[in-house]
Design a protein around this ligand. Structure first.
Ligand code: ACO
Length: 337
């Protein structure tokens, strides 16, 4: 592809809260059991932020690690993009709060809202900031405190989600491909199968509406399952077709970590062997926008990602939103990080 600059990952980091909620812990809250949760989702445990930790706190820690790994200072950043559906507040944006926390005084900062696909939507923006020549270094964070919008009285949803943040630094480069292309899609007609109906301007949160529990995630699980598989497969196939790559050339599929059965079905439909699919949802559940960058960070720190490998990322979320992105990994493993 003809472009002035390439955008490549030069730093990466993640942060999850210390507090672990196991499936057995959830058995104390709702009528569920470890066997059901593991067999239907693959999840064993998830992390939960405490009441003093907001989304920006997790995002800030992940950002500091990513900046250290990139070897640049906050002052070097030209932009900060945070993908989140659980911002600290309506405004300032979580990105502006992170900017203040890390002292990135030269950066412009804004949030992107595309639910579980948010990281790939934000990656598309950040890549274009670099490829256009507008920015040299962009800090890109996926961060969500899903426990804030999770109803711990609803067994259909409370077993699925967790809190966390993952960050990358995207930098311009004239060597190495970096991000090759990103493909995005949305379909607002089916927004009601996965939503948080109340708490916004349509159904404000009041003393009367609070007991209805509509300010928590509402989900039609089986519909989400079917649409997620279909949309992610179509998006990934379209991306491969447009970029001229074949599935056999993909070294790692790093998918949104929602449900092991969704990922297994997708891998099988795409013809990818399990050994080339990275899964860490057993430890974290679905961390929404944080799930792909945390998975990338873990795969990198486990020395699984090697320079020149082709990485395919795919995601699906509320909206509905979905996307896929193909990148050439460029960071060398560092034992001392
Ligand atoms: N423990 C025990 N039983 C449960 C639980 C639970 N935690 N949750 C639901 N059930 C019950 C239901 O009440 C229902 O009971 P009923 O038949 O008596 O009414 C039954 O289990 C449903 O069972 P299944 O049909 O076998 O459930 P399914 O295989 O569809 O699995 C699940 C449900 C896990 C929610 C699945 O549909 C799913 O993963 N969907 C995708 C959801 C998702 O990933 N959402 C995240 C956001 S979008 C994204 O990130 C991709």
């Amino acid at each position: 592809m003809n472009r002035e600059y390439n955008a490549k990952i030069s730093g990466i980091g993640s942060c999850v809260p210390d507090h672990i909620i196991t499936n057995h812990d959830l058995e104390q809250l709702v009528d569920t059991n470890d066997e059901w949760i593991q067999s239907r989702t693959g999840i064993r445990e998830r992390r939960k932020a405490d009441s003093t930790q907001a989304t920006s706190d997790l995002a800030t820690e992940a950002a500091k690690i990513a900046l250290r790994s990139a070897g640049i200072s906050p002052e070097d950043l030209d932009a900060i993009v945070v993908a989140t559906t659980t911002p600290d507040m309506a405004f300032p944006s979580t990105a502006c709060i992170v900017q203040k926390n890390i002292g990135a005084h030269h950066a412009f900062a804004y949030d992107v809202s595309a639910a579980c696909a948010g990281f790939l939507f934000a990656l598309s923006n950040a890549t274009q900031h670099i490829q256009s020549g507008m920015c040299r270094h962009v800090l890109l964070i996926g961060a969500d405190k899903m426990s804030h919008i999770t109803d711990f009285q609803d067994r259909n949803t409370c077993v699925l989600f967790g809190d966390g943040a993952g960050a990358i630094v995207l930098s311009n480069s004239d060597d190495g491909e970096g991000v090759i292309q990103t493909e995005l899609g949305s379909d607002g007609r089916h927004g009601d199968i996965l939503s948080v109906p109340a708490g916004g301007t349509r159904q404000p949160l009041t003393a009367e509406t609070l007991p209805l529990r509509k300010h928590y995630i509402d989900m039609n699980g089986s519909e989400v399952f079917k649409m997620a598989v279909r949309a992610m497969e179509n998006s990934a196939r379209l991306l491969l077709e447009k970029t001229g790559y074949h599935i056999d050339q993909i070294d790692w599929l790093v998918p949104h970590q929602a449900n092991k059965r969704i990922i297994d079905t997708l891998g099988k439909k795409m013809g990818l062997p399990n050994e080339r699919v990275f899964i860490n949802l057993q430890h974290y559940g679905n961390m929404s926008a944080a799930s792909i960058p945390v998975a990338l960070d873990e795969a990198y720190r486990s020395h699984l990602l090697k320079p020149d490998q082709l990485i395919l990322m795919v995601a699906f979320g509320g909206g509905l939103t979905w996307g896929s992105s193909l990148l050439r990994w460029t960071m060398k493993s560092q034992n001392n990080e």
